[in-house]
Design a protein around this ligand. Structure first.
Ligand SMILES: Nc1nc2c(ncn2[C@@H]2O[C@H](COP(=O)(O)OP(=O)(O)OP(=O)(O)O)[C@@H](O)[C@H]2O)c(=O)[nH]1
Ligand SMILES: [Mg+2]
Length: 371
């Protein structure tokens, strides 16, 4: 899973990236303008993995992982009012768009903090306006993609050629894009549209960015804000809001665990931003974790909500899915209540499930397979 961090210049993208990844990338005013990507893999904090590791004392403990990409360079063209509004050339260069498109979700950092030493491209602090500026850029980029593709499809279908099945595919795509166009012209993101599996497949190869789930992170600086909707009541599908004290969280992430605990207490922060943001991104993407356990390894795996036992087996190894016989399943809470696997077995808490079994968050699976 990859999450791309976007936002206007100086909103605190790199600061948030450092907070999430315990990184030490230089943060500076107006580093944007050049396309530059910082990337880091992050362990998803999960106290259940820690508890299982204590129980099994394995040689290796592996958390689920997420990749964060700090995408700089969104400054170009944004805020430059060359000509009439809407007449502006697309601000997203091909290189930048390619970087954004690779992500499963976007984390949109919006500046709320006041600091006269940190310049703002629009000069004033206005989170609602800033959200709209970048959203508009993304919508314009999608509109350009949709129009270009529609022109191609129209030309291709007029010219003829291809098998009847191929032509049918092109017509379905054309119908879908004709639905997208008015949505974008209305300045609405594509993620607000309900799309079925077939439609998602048709649009998979198009570089559409407003379809991606978005986690909006308000960077509130010195001010702690509990309810992010107080800042902007931003309502869209596949969108969640969070408020984060960027600089503080970054400093926190760079401290030793002991110092960090002290610091959290002092500032009255209940949960560090990393844990909160990762939890939110997991939910946003419709993901959950199941575990495999043993003396060799305790490990968390990521599957979509609604995945079945074969899907889960396949994330471990394709052979596990191919030769799947049964899954031995126990929930995390049942195992913890029993104390260990031997006792859990004695109490009959382990179930044998077949291919169609829907995996739950926190399931511990042992896949039986034969290839
Ligand atoms: N006072 C204050 N300053 C902050 C906060 N977060 C970021 N900054 C400052 O804002 C400036 C820009 O922060 P960055 O994290 O580099 O912002 P960015 O969005 O990555 O900027 P570009 O990459 O240039 O687009 C730096 O001087 C940061 O120290 C905050 O919570 N409070
Ligand atoms: Mg930056």
């Amino acid at each position: 899973m990859q999450i791309g961090i976007i936002g206007l210049p100086n909103s605190g993208k790199t600061t948030v990236f450092n907070a999430l990844t315990r990184g030490r990338v230089e943060t500076e005013a107006f580093s944007s303008g050049k396309l530059e990507i910082h990337t880091a893999m992050v362990d998803v904090p999960d106290s259940r993995v820690d508890a299982l590791s204590k129980m099994f004392k394995p040689r290796k403990t592996i958390h689920a992982r997420v990749q964060y990409n700090d995408i700089a360079g969104l400054a170009r063209g944004i805020g430059e009012k060359g000509g009439m509004d809407g007449n502006r050339s697309a601000a997203l260069t091909t290189g930048l768009l390619n970087q954004i498109v690779q992500n499963d979700a976007l984390l949109h950092v919006v500046r709320v903090f006041e600091d006269p030493t940190v310049p703002h491209i629009e000069e004033t602090i206005d989170p609602a306006r800033d959200l709209e500026i970048l959203d508009t850029e993304l919508i314009l980029s999608d509109l350009a993609v949709v129009e270009r593709r529609l022109n191609r499809l129209d030309a291709g279908l007029t010219k003829g050629g291809g098998t009847p099945v191929e032509r049918e595919q092109l017509r379905s795509e054309q119908a879908l894009l004709r639905r997208f166009k008015p949505q974008l012209e209305d300045a609405k993101p594509l993620r607000d549209l309900e799309l079925n599996a077939e439609e998602l497949r048709l649009m998979k190869n198009l570089a559409l960015v407003t379809a991606k789930p978005q986690l909006v992170v308000f960077n509130t600086g010195e001010r702690a804000v509990k309810n992010p909707r107080e800042i902007v009541d931003y309502q869209h599908s596949k969108t969640v809001l969070a408020a984060l004290q960027g600089k503080l969280e970054m400093e926190l992430a760079q401290m030793s665990p002991e110092d960090a605990a002290e610091f959290l207490k002092e500032y009255g922060i209940e949960e560090p931003g990393l844990a909160k943001v990762i939890r939110l991104s997991y939910a946003l993407l419709g993901l959950q974790s199941f575990f495999t356990v043993g003396e060799d390894e305790v490990r968390a795996w990521t599957v979509p909500v609604g995945a079945n036992a074969v899907d889960a087996a396949g994330t471990i190894h394709t052979d596990f899915a191919r030769g799947f016989i049964r899954a031995e399943v126990i929930s995390y809470t049942d195992l913890i209540a029993a104390g260990d696997m031997v006792e859990a077995r004695k109490r009959g808490l382990l179930r044998l499930e077949g291919k169609e079994y829907i995996v739950h968050d926190g399931d511990i699976l042992n896949i039986r397979f034969n290839v």
